[in-house]
Every structure is written in C-alpha cells, then in structure tokens.
Write a protein that binds this ligand. Structure first.
Ligand code: ATP
Ligand code: MG
Length: 559
C-alpha cells in the first residue's frame, strides 16, 4: 500500500476503530471484547440495531467477541418475554453472542463489592428521603450539602446494609450511597445512589433480593467481571464515565473503559421502548411486531432483511453528534437488497374485469415471463392468458387526461409479457361505475414474437380471472405524520390514521398459494411484499414492505 493509500485507509476509520487499533498496537489489549447491554423492558428498535451492529461489527472486524448482557436491575419493568425477543432479534440480525449473560448473575458479587466500599469508608446507608436527597444535591453552579448520615462509621453501615438486604426496611426507607464529593462539578459524583430497596419479584432471581443495584453500580462492575475491553454506550452516559472509573479504581478490578457515541434515530418513528410500549398497550398497533413498528421484529414481519438493516446501520455510521436518519435511506437499503433477490409475481390489488371480445371462450395460452430480470438463474414461469382478465382499476380511465398512457376508450396498452389490447367500450352498473372493460387483442403482438408493428407506450400487469386466487394485501404508510414525533407534546397525536390500508379483494398468481410466512416477492409495478403469518391455506396475506419508488419523497417535493 502506498503511503497515500494507507493514509486514506486510516482516515476512513471511525473514532472507535482508531481507539481499538491504538489499543491493539500498543499491546494494551491483545484482543477485544465488547458487549450489547439491553434492558429487557421492551422489544428492540432500530436505534438498538445500530448499537448491535456497532458492538458486534467492531469485534468481528478486530477478531474479538461480543457478549449479550441483559441489564436486568429493575425487576418492576422487566420480563422474560422481552429477554427472549431480544435474543431472537440479535440472532436474526446475523450476530452470534459469545455469551448470553445477565447483570443479575452478578448480584452476589456486586453486594460483596458494596461491602468492600463500605469497609473502606467509601459508602454509607442514607435514611434521607428521595426529596431530601434531591434538595441536598445542589445545582450545577452550587455545591450540594452533606447528608447527616454521611459520617456513620463503616461497622455501623455494614450492619445497616445487611439489614437492608435482609428485608428489614420497607421500600424507599433508605439507600446505599457512594461517599465521593458533594461539591463535585460533576453532579453524578455527588454521592450517587448504589442500591435501593425494592420488594419486587425479579424475572430471574425471584424473591432472593429486595435490594437492587443502580445502573451506575451494576454496569461498570459487570463489564469488569466479563473483561469487557471497550464498553460502548450512548452520549448521555458521558458524565457517568467518571463514576464508572471511580468504582473500578477503588475496587481494583479489571479496568474496562467506557466510550460514547451519539444515538441514531429515525425520521417518522419513535425510538424509545417506553413510547413503543404505549403504542402496543393502547392498541394503536397490533403488537410489538406490527409491520408499522420501528422494532426489529416489526421490520422482520414487514419483510425487511437482516442484510438491509445492517447496510442501513453501516451507511449512517458512528459519530459523536446525534443524528436522525432519513426513513428513505432505510427504504433505499431494502429496495436494493430485494431488487436483487425477490422473485417477480403479478398481483392485482383493486381488480377491474377486462373481457377480450375476440378471444375464444374456454381457450388458454401460456405466456412466459421472467422470475427476476436481475438474476438469470431465477428462471421463468408461465401465466394463463384467457378471455377474462383482471387489471388494476387505476390502470383504466374513462376520461383520461393528456399523456395518459394506460388503458382508456380507443387506446392501446400492452399487457406485460402477453398481447397488446385496445379498449373498445365499457359496461357500467346503474350507479355509473365501470364494471367491465371490453377490449380486442392483437394476435400478432405477442411479447417476444411481435410482428404487429404497433408502438404502445403503456405496459400494465394483469391476471386471468379463472386462474387468479384471492389474497389479502396490507398496505402500510408511515406510522407518524411528522418527522420527529418525540418532540411533540403528545407523540400519539401525530399518529397517521391511514398507516394501514387493506386491499381485501386483491388477487394474485396461483403459485402464491404455496408460500411460507416470510417469503418475499416483488409484485410487478407495485412494490415488494412479504408473506404474513396471518396467512391461511386458501388465502395468503401479504405485507407491503416498500413501494418500488420513493413516492413519499416525490409527494413532499411537489408540496
Ligand atoms: P430505550 O429508551 O429505547 O429503552 P435505552 O438506551 O434505555 O433505550 P437499553 O436497553 O438500555 O435502551 O439500550 C441497550 C443499548 O442500546 C445501550 O447501549 C444503548 O445506549 C443503545 N441504544 C439505545 N437506543 C439507541 C439509539 N437510538 N441509537 C443508538 N444506540 C442506542
Ligand atoms: Mg434504558
């Protein structure tokens, strides 16, 4: 590599890669170990996906490993359902945790270490109320005041802490605090809480504990126990780093180090488990895996692939400044991926009947068409051409505007991979709605063997009435009407009332009866679609993953 190229390669490293390369080069670490530390209080969302890709991606790049560690220190909000969904989502994204661990595995060790601090005179039991503690905390410009319990002797603190653990005090009666510095310019260092009493059942430890460690006490020590070399978290933890180091230093344990990057959010979505939980619990959506949800399970059900989500995370990268990724970028990534591999099929969402008046009744010809023009190995299939066909209702207009190239009276259009047809007349119901379009077909115009010499601009998709099978197709739009719903006073007031439309009368190729949930297709001219688990043997259900083009962006431009 020339020096110039080497410099360019070095420049393209992100700041975490630079830190890791320096640590490996200096021999500070011989290998790296990262962790992804979700709290099991909800399903993972797209913001978590960026953190997963970052932690696992760095380890993979540098030959290291990554633990999945549940930060399960709050028994009240946590649940095994969430634990299971998180494990499944991480694996689905394509990552294999070296170990699946729980902060609750370390409760005993954390308790012992708390006693070490107490013995060193570095922690004390405080009987002040939450309000009193807040009042003594001071402000960023004024120092706090010492708690009256701050100078209790270690032996007494030890006895009190044991009583706390033994359940002798009610919830909230007292806390264990680190004794650091009530005048520290870093408010986090003003005698932070290490333990609180919570007589609640824990999803793993049951009723064994009634004191639970705070994040600041659990996280760094858990990292250290596992030998995490680079503990990567989001920017709001910058002020916690001093405490992270303080605990590890005073215990003299493995010196894990914390590094921060900025959260990645997504436009037209909320990325907070708490808010997503509200949408589920208040039935604004059909569940955590509703295809409109920005959860990993929602994207999976919608038809996103792990590859497309990893590509999205890669493209937005890591940095120190908070960013809102454009939903269009995520959609671009899934289009790119599915364009290469999704088989093409015909589906008609809002069928209108076409009768080919010069085509013999009872006759069928088989039209050959490609399964995927992007993939020669995907082969071809045949479609039945018959006297009665379905076309999309909006591919016909009785009184078209200028430059309308689809079907209209007197006009010709090509049926994709079949014949050119001309519209001669229409039939209507008593209300004046068009019920049938009567056409003649041009026998010499068959695709691939066209000797008609006719030039037509419009090409539309179609299906044989006798061959097509019914399907339900769910068409999704953005869940929120505004770019940043979280900034609204009530984010739920910005929900898009039309985020789900159901095409109940859709018809599809008969081959689409033999599908499995998760199978993905391109419906020609309509978009990418994925088979939903709600499908029944006679009636497949499809979710629209994404349209073929960015219709939304176009509309926005038009204003
Ligand atoms: P939420 O508010 O959704 O619960 P959280 O940060 O509290 O988010 P955790 O379960 O604690 O959720 O997060 C696990 C990991 O994922 C943490 O390291 C956290 O920093 C990271 N993370 C969460 N949200 C994002 C995001 N939007 N962008 C990047 N990383 C994120
Ligand atoms: Mg959290």
């Amino acid at each position: 590599m020339s020096t110039e190229n080497a410099a360019a390669a070095a420049e393209s490293l992100n700041f975490l890669e630079e830190i890791i390369e320096a640590d490996l080069a200096s021999g500070k670490h011989t290998s790296i170990l990262t962790r992804f530390p979700p709290e099991p209080n909800g399903y993972l969302h797209i913001g978590h996906a960026t953190s997963i890709c970052l932690n696992f991606g760095l380890a993979l790049k540098y030959g290291g490993k990554t633990n999945l560690r549940f930060d399960d220190t709050n028994p009240v909000t946590e649940d095994t359902e969430y634990v299971e969904s998180i494990i499944a989502d991480v694996r689905w994204l394509g990552f294999d945790p070296a170990n699946i661990l729980y902060a609750s595995d370390y409760f005993e060790q954390l308790y012992e270490w708390a006693k070490v601090l107490i013995n060193k005179g570095l922690a004390y039991v405080d009987f002040s109320s939450a309000e009193e503690i807040a009042a003594m905390k001071g402000t960023p410009t004024e120092p706090g005041r010492n708690s009256p319990y701050r100078d209790t002797a270690p032996e007494e603190n030890l006895a009190l802490f044991e009583k706390m653990k033994a359940g002798e005090f009610p919830d909230g009666h007292c806390t264990l605090r680190a004794k650091i510095d009530m005048a520290s310019p870093n408010m986090i260092m003003r005698d932070p809480l290490l333990y609180r009493i919570k007589k609640a059942h824990h999803h793993r430890t049951g009723d064994a504990w009634c004191i639970y460690p705070m994040y600041d006490w659990a996280h760094g020590q858990s990292d250290s126990i596992e030998g995490i070399t680079h503990s990567i978290c989001t920017m709001e933890f910058v002020p916690h780093r001093e405490l992270y180091d303080w605990c590890i230093n005073h215990l003299g344990i493995f010196p894990s180090k914390q590094y921060e990057f900025a959260r990645r959010n997504l436009s037209y979505a909320v990325t907070s488990k708490r808010k997503l939980k509200q949408l589920v619990e208040e039935n604004h959506v059909r569940g955590w895996d509703d295809p409109r949800m920005p959860t990993i399970s929602g994207y999976r059900r919608r038809g996103y692939t792990p590859e497309s989500i990893r590509e999205f995370c890669d493209r937005i990268g890591v940095g120190k400044r908070e960013m809102v990724a454009d939903m269009s970028l995520l959609e671009f990534c899934i289009r790119e991926d599915l364009n290469k591999r999704a088989l093409r099929r015909f589906a008609v969402l809002d069928p209108l009947k076409v009768v080919i008046t010069n085509y013999p009744e009872g006759q069928t010809e088989w039209m050959e068409t490609e399964n995927n023009p992007e993939d020669p190995d995907a082969g071809k299939r045949t479609l039945a051409f018959t006297r009665e066909l379905w076309i999309e209702r909006d591919d016909f207009m009785e009184n078209p505007p200028p430059k309308y190239f689809r079907l209209s009276p007197g006009n010709m259009v090509r049926l994709k991979s079949a014949f050119i047809i001309r519209c001669d007349s229409v039939a209507k119901d008593t209300a004046g709605n068009v019920t049938e379009v009567h056409c003649t077909y041009i026998p010499e115009s068959r695709s691939g063997q066209d000797t008609s010499g006719l030039k037509v601009q419009g090409v539309i998709h179609w299906l044989s009435v006798s061959e097509a099978v019914p399907a339900e197709v769910r068409l999704y739009d953005r869940l929120f009407q505004v770019e940043d719903p979280a900034s609204e006073e009530d984010f739920k007031s910005t929900l898009n009332p039309n985020s789900l439309r159901v095409a109940e009368n859709a018809v599809v190729e008969p081959a689409l009866l033999q599908v499995q949930p998760g199978d993905k297709f391109q419906f020609t001219r309509l978009g990418y679609f994925c088979v939903d688990p709600d499908s029944t043997p006679g009636k497949p259900v499809f979710n629209r993953t994404v349209t073929l083009k960015d219709a939304w962006a176009k509309e926005q431009k038009k204003g």
